[in-house]
Design a protein around this ligand. Structure first.
Ligand code: NOJ
Length: 797
């Protein structure tokens, strides 16, 4: 048997949710993988694991990476912002984070919360509580350490704060560090701090590259800026030489391997507590460094920063609160799903335990989808991002695939059939959320010169697709569509995407509204005609008999057809046929029945079936992924969200909910077994290996995935059915028949809608009546209530 399956799979032994505090608490440090959190103020960021490993960066993990994290390397999850607590008499030392010292705390737990991670540990009568967070008032990671002597004798302690600085440019570090390492320095700053300066030839944006400081609010007993002096050779963070040899050596560095280590000597009487705050931060120049350190040391700064962080998150998440019969879902919807989605919005697919933060930049397609989950919480933030994306659009309507707003690098310019279309969905959602069409007239530059209104950008996207149709009339695949792997079946430029036709259809329906709102009624007619044409194609050429086909390959054969032995059926073509409203009713139902029969597993829905080994050509198979992994027959969680939406549109609430619940991360983990699932139980992963893999249920690429945004949309707007539309808030739940009801408080156009849904009739779908403050409503769309702060809504199904 596989060794990992014999390990302790009892997830309760590892973690527990604390929903009131919006936290997940960990009881052991030895998880199968590091379970991460992201601490950020939007400018300064730290990814930090439950065991204290992680990486800090300023704006960009590609060019301003401050600390070093050794992706993929052993030992796992190194390095991090570590604290060491040493008994000055015995010399023994340990870490409140548990890792990386060998001596472990006698009692230990850690927890991730909204924008912070805390550690509580005890050893030898000393209790240490550390909270790491990035506050809104300075660009720094704050390490708030509190030590208490719980013993009966006075304790002399040496306490160390340590971070390994990396070269700021990750790729240059891999390639050129042998030369460039002698161009960096760590110097002692007169205000009792270390300052790391990165400045090498040809670095991007030298004038914007910050200085890094490591400082504290407690007098220093020593410091080191040279990793060789603090850690020593043939040693690691597990057994730093300086700690074992009596203390920091006072090293600075003019070339070499930089680090920041601070030493504090502390004597604690029995019962006495002491707080030490450490600040790992960035500032533009020496004067700013001094100012930032001075500010950080002011009384109350740390407390005020933490308070502001808490308030920011409760304000953000205050836009929605639901009470459901399913606690796992409730927690995910109220807390972790929007939190994860916000991190996607911030980092795109850049840096996680799985992604090294290298050359990913901002993906146009990915970020356009992420916007959907931020619109309900912060329309300004969403609109800014929409404009940022539209600035990557060319006058002919196509867009850059990836771009690098922080790094200033040239974008990735491959042209995909879907990228440019996604932004219409974000724009429609913004319009529905705000009810204000003014933003459609805002001017945004084109990437290749000139400018157009937001609406003109969106129209250009449609025009581009209209100019790129294949010989059968579907949109040309171009480099690929949403599915990155498809480039192999369209290299000759003849391949057509049936799925993109469905995406286009979905977008056209939104564009009809947007054109009307922007004062371009003439376009609505054209969009309607395009929609009808594509709808006709989807239901004729696109139909395979029991499901919809996925694409037409360069050689004219269909992809996703019963006539092949491999990759017969593709999930996206079935779900979007219904989402787009294009599928004839019987075909839509039949297609989703085929999904259930052929693609559903007890751990989510596979993207294709059967997996590919030789198709379409043994010498050039469509994908190199092993069977059941990644993009080849794995459960692709992002695409599962669309199955949930499609089932809701078909009115099958029980099935929609089954699809939703089976991918709740903690539910999937319990089913697969913790040591098989491996990733975090509080955020979605991009995919789970499928049954054709020997690691069925292994979760991969957690945190940064389009799953976050779309799960949020699927469950809030389609299962719970609370969906902004142009003329108000539509209420149309599609729930399991055995639910007795649920409640939602949702902020919408300045008013809190306090909605209570009852389902005494045990149906999945169908609103019987709605009253708002006791007044019976006609239809199921609640109007906006300008000037009102709340409205009580009773819904009967
Ligand atoms: C992950 C990529 O980030 C995303 O852009 C793509 O749509 C999916 N993989 C599917 O291929």
């Amino acid at each position: 048997m596989n060794a990992e399956l014999t390990r302790n799979n009892d997830s309760k032994a590892y973690y527990t949710f604390r929903d009131e505090e919006k936290e997940v608490e960990f009881k052991r440090h030895d998880m199968p993988t590091p379970w991460m959190n992201y601490l950020s103020n939007g400018t300064f960021h730290t990814m930090l694991s439950h065991a204290g490993g992680g990486v800090a960066f300023y704006k960009s993990p590609q060019i301003w990476r401050i600390t070093r994290y050794r992706f993929f390397h052993l030992p796992m999850d190194r390095s991090g912002p570590y604290i060491y607590v040493q008994d000055a008499k015995t010399g023994s030392y340990w870490c409140p984070t548990s890792e990386p010292a060998l001596d472990k705390p006698e009692e230990w737990k850690s927890a991730h919360g909204m924008g912070y991670t805390r550690f509580e540990a005890k050893r030898g009568g000393i209790a240490a509580r550390t909270v790491y967070f990035v506050g809104p008032h300075e660009n720094s990671l704050i390490w708030n350490l509190n030590l208490t002597n719980e013993g009966t004798e006075a304790k002399e302690l040496k306490v160390y704060a340590y971070a390994e600085f990396g070269m700021m440019e990750f790729m240059r570090e891999l390639q050129w560090q042998c030369y460039n390492k002698h161009q960096v320095s760590v110097q002692y700053h007169e205000g009792e701090a270390l300052v790391y300066r990165y400045g090498v030839e040809n670095q991007p944006k030298p004038e914007e590259t910050p200085l890094v400081y490591l400082a504290a609010d407690t007098p220093l007993a020593g410091y080191d800026g040279d990793r060789e002096e603090f850690i020593g050779s043939y040693r690691s963070e597990t057994n730093p030489a300086a700690i074992e040899n009596g203390g920091c050596t006072g090293s600075t560095l003019l070339g070499g391997d930089p680090c920041g280590a601070l030493q504090f000597n502390v004597t604690l009487q029995p019962g006495e507590s002491r707080t030490i705050n450490v600040f790992l931060g960035t500032a533009t120049d020496e004067t700013e460094v001094s100012r930032a350190i001075f500010h950080s040391r002011e009384a109350g700064f740390v407390e005020a920063s933490f308070q502001a962080l808490k308030e920011n998150w409760s304000g953000y998440l205050g836009a929605w609160e639901s009470r459901l019969p399913d606690q796992d879902a409730e927690r995910m919807i109220n807390i972790w799903n929007p939190y994860q989605a916000h991190r996607n919005f911030l980092f795109s697919r850049n840096i996680s335990f799985y992604a090294t933060g290298t050359f990913r930049g901002v993906g146009y397609r990915d970020t356009a989808q992420d916007i959907l989950s931020v619109v309900p919480f912060d329309t300004e933030l969403a609109l800014d991002k929409l404009k940022l994306l539209l600035g990557q659009q060319y006058r002919d309507g196509h867009v850059n695939h990836y771009f690098f707003p922080n790094e200033g690098w040239e974008p990735v310019t491959s042209i995909h059939s879907d990228d440019h279309l996604w932004t219409a969905l974000s724009a429609w959602d913004l319009l529905a959320e705000t009810g204000d069409a003014a933003f459609l007239q805002a001017k945004v530059p084109y990437y290749d010169g000139g400018e157009g209104t937001v609406y003109e950008h969106l129209r250009a996207a449609i025009d581009f697709t209209a100019s790129q149709l294949g010989s059968r009339g579907f949109p040309l695949m171009l480099r690929s569509d949403w599915n990155d792997q498809l480039f192999r079946v369209c290299r000759e430029g003849k391949g057509e995407s049936i799925w993109t036709s469905m995406q286009l259809g979905t977008v056209l329906l939104r564009m009809i509204d947007l054109a009307a709102a922007a004062g371009h009624p003439e376009d609505t007619v054209r969009y309607g005609a395009m929609y009808e044409l594509q709808r006709e194609l989807v239901n004729s050429i696109g139909w395979d008999g029991r499901w919809f086909r996925r694409a037409i390959m360069d050689d004219g054969r269909f992809l996703g057809s019963d006539e092949h032995d491999e990759a017969k059926i593709w999930l996206n073509a079935q779900t979007w046929a219904t989402i787009s409203g294009m599928a004839d009713v019987d075909k839509g139902l039949q297609a989703m029945d085929s999904v259930r029969e052929m693609l559903d597993t007890e751990l989510g829905i596979k993207k294709i079936h059967p997996s590919i080994t030789t198709f379409p050509d043994p010498a050039d198979p469509l994908t190199n992924y092993n069977k059941g992994t990644g993009e080849n027959g794995a459960v692709f969680c992002h695409a599962n969200t669309w199955a949930i939406i499609a089932e809701c549109l078909l009115g099958r609430g029980d099935l929609a909910y089954k699809y939703y619940r089976q991918l709740l991360p903690n539910v999937a983990m319990d089913k697969a077994g913790l040591w098989r699932y491996k990733a975090e139980p509080y955020v979605y992963a991009s995919n789970l290996f499928g049954p054709e893999s020997d690691k069925f249920g292994l979760a991969n690429v957690s945190w940064l995935t389009g799953t976050a945004a779309w799960m949020y949309v699927a469950v809030t707007q389609y299962i719970l059915g609370v969906k902004p539309v142009l003329n108000g808030l539509s209420i149309d739940p599609c729930i399991p028949a055995d639910w007795e009801g649920f409640t939602v408080k949702r902020r919408f156009r300045g008013c809190v809608y306090d909605i209570s849904v009852t389902n005494a009739n045990k149906v999945c779908k169908g609103v019987k009546s709605i009253t708002a403050d006791g007044v019976l409503l006609e239809g199921n769309i609640l109007p906006a209530y300008p000037g009102r702060s709340s409205v009580k809504v009773e819904v009967v199904l």
